[in-house]
Design a protein around this ligand. Structure first.
Ligand SMILES: [Zn+2]
Length: 112
């Protein structure tokens, strides 16, 4: 399904729900990556590690990253609320080309 802008007819149109999904995804991914980078790698002990130590470090890092992803998701939710409030207002669609905001109309929705 393709939505065109009412003003410039561009197909670079984002719906409120899509913007929310992207905000949540970016917040969650950002939190996950931040959690991954919080545990410094100790290079001096790196050579003496056995597979069990490496596995445990991986699990600890993964656990921290998932916890951080949860926090990032919450931040993404707040960001999504701001995007909806400040960029969409009461409208459902935002054109990324010309900035027009509008609601989807049955006459402007095309299907491929
Ligand atoms: Zn437009």
């Amino acid at each position: 399904m393709e939505t065109r802008c009412l003003i410039c007819e561009s197909t670079l149109v984002v719906t409120k729900a899509q913007a929310q999904a992207v905000s949540l995804l970016l917040g969650t991914l950002g939190g996950f990556l931040e959690g991954c980078s919080e545990m410094p790698v100790q290079s001096d002990t790196h050579q003496n590690r056995d597979i069990g130590d490496t596995f445990q470090m991986g699990l600890e890092r993964l656990t921290r990253a998932v916890e951080s992803a949860t926090s990032g998701c919450a931040q993404g939710w707040e960001f999504a609320q701001d995007v909806q409030r400040y960029h969409f207002g009461e409208f459902e669609c935002l054109c990324l080309r010309c900035g027009a905001r509008f609601d989807q109309q049955p006459s402007v929705v095309f299907q491929k």
